[in-house]
Design a protein around this ligand. Structure first.
Ligand code: PLP
Length: 464
């Protein structure tokens, strides 16, 4: 949390004025092959053209800042869903053509996700209705092999979908410990995390990015520390997935879950697991269902049409990689991958870079309100990386009333706790209406942020 002195030291929004419309450009490429921060309307214009809901046929175009609640989808996603129903609708494993086509749709979605996460094989990708469902499912199977007194470490930073599936195991004798945050920045307190580990730790459950305050904990370091005491690591990448590259092999995590509807796809969940775990653990399943990996983890019939849509969402990201990846698209040793997996890494770096520019504009503008309290890192603290998911409060209006005000201007934002219950309790926000959350995505523009800030500054000057 920061406010007061730090906020006042931020440059005033008024000093910047409105961001100028930019001429088309692709940003500047660093030697490491990373697009330097930029605010580039041309990038967003090309991206936005692919998202039908951002320019409805009638009525005003919404300014969509509820991306952490679920992103909009490019046209390719509904097209793929309609195409599936028109050409391939069937159950799996049959002797007839539509069933073969359905098998192919699922195989393609697995390969797409393996590429997006840089998983070693599509067999490490499990599909389910949501991240929450998949996490409860896995937790139940892990608990079957634990003995009373075995420990799980969760964090204050996490969405409840990565806390309650683990605290529920207390009923079976598991001991749950919680790693705290530094409340000033909401960064994970790594000393608290180290203290929570013990030789009895069986699993660490940690987020890749907070869905409330945007903090990105040092996941690779957490994995190393957990493995050093013999614990497995489950990463909740739901909020990170739309904002940056994920490499499960580089992270060396044991499990990682994400949700397609947070990265421009349909409503379904994805679980990556190391093959050895998916084979060794016993899922709760019906007897006739396949016992091969990964199908043994998929309870019931999958949502085939949404899997077709998922492949289209990944194709959208690959399009970004192909269109905006500049001259460095060739393989770099640090990437450790090739083909579409590498294109997707470039795409996610491009998104990250673009969004960091938007985030700076947003944080600066909120800071210039003078009396806003922002939760999480300001963006200036380089030691606390973050995604552009910003939670804040101000004395002018309650969080819900702020969202209602913004809704009257066709700006979509959320308020409350967004299921980040422990974090909101820790910040003293639970029971007070929580905080306003503004979550940016790659189709948002500097102009949209200017519109938002103008409204807030107007309210601010009228209520002084
Ligand atoms: C960080 C985070 N984890 C988990 C979830 C739960 O995902 P799902 O809706 O797929 O269960 C969410 C949803 O908002 C989230 O933001």
């Amino acid at each position: 949390m920061y406010g007061g002195r730090l906020l006042k030291s931020l440059p005033y929004y008024r000093r910047f004025g409105r961001p100028k419309a930019t001429t088309p450009r692709r940003g500047r490429w660093s030697a490491a092959g990373i697009l330097e921060p930029m605010i580039d309307s041309a990038f967003a214009a090309q991206v936005r053209a692919r998202f039908p809901s951002l320019h409805p046929p009638a009525g005003p175009a919404p300014i969509f800042f509820d991306n952490p609640g679920g992103t909009q989808v490019p046209q390719g996603v509904p097209d793929a869903i309609v195409h599936y129903y028109s050409t391939s609708n069937a159950n799996v494993g049959g002797a007839f053509a539509t069933s073969h086509r359905t098998d192919a749709v699922i195989a393609e979605a697995r390969q797409a996700m393996a590429d997006l996460l840089h998983a070693p094989s599509p067999d490490c990708i499990v599909f389910g209705p949501s991240m929450t469902t998949l996490t409860f499912h896995l937790a139940r199977s892990l608990a079957d092999i634990w003995t009373p007194g075995d420990e799980v470490v969760v964090t204050t930073l996490d969405h409840d979908a990565n806390i309650t599936p683990w605290t529920d195991l207390e009923a079976a004798g598991a001991v749950v410990k919680c790693a705290d945050i530094h409340p000033e920045t909401c960064a994970l307190d790594m000393e608290s995390f180290a203290r929570a580990l013990s030789p009895r730790t069986r699993l660490v459950a940690v987020t890749h990015a907070s869905n409330a305050v945007g903090v990105v904990p040092p996941v690779a370091q957490i994995v190393q520390m957990a493995h050093a005491v013999g614990a497995l690591v489950f990463v909740d990448a739901v909020q990170y997935a739309p904002h940056g590259p994920i490499d499960v092999q580089a992270l060396d995590c044991d499990f990682l879950a994400c949700s397609a509807y947070k990265f421009f796809g349909p409503h379904l969940g994805i679980l990556y697991g190391k093959r050895e775990h998916l084979e060794r653990l016993t899922p709760h399943k019906v007897r006739p269902a396949k016992n091969t990996v990964p199908q043994r983890w998929e309870t019931g019939t999958l949502n085939h049409e949404c899997l077709a849509g998922l492949s289209a969402a990944v194709e959208h990201l690959a399009w970004i990689g192909e269109t905006f990846s500049g001259p460095t698209a060739e393989h770099s040793p640090a990437d450790g991958c090739a083909g579409r997996a590498l294109t997707l890494k470039h795409a996610m770096r491009t998104l990250h870079s673009y969004e960091q520019g938007l985030m700076t504009q947003l944080l600066t503008g909120l800071g210039a309100l003078g009396d806003a309290t922002l939760y999480g890192p300001s963006g200036g603290e380089e030691h606390v990386p973050r995604v552009p998911t910003v939670a804040w409060t101000w004395p002018r209006l309650a969080p819900r009333a702020t969202c209602e005000l913004l809704a009257r201007h066709d700006i979509c934002a959320w308020s409350g706790n967004y299921y980040a219950l422990r974090l909101m309790e820790r910040l003293g926000l639970e029971g007070t209406g929580g905080a306003v959350r503004l979550g940016l995505a790659h189709y948002n523009t500097p102009e949209e942020i200017t519109t938002l800030l103008d409204i807030l500054h107007r309210v601010s000057s009228q209520t002084r």
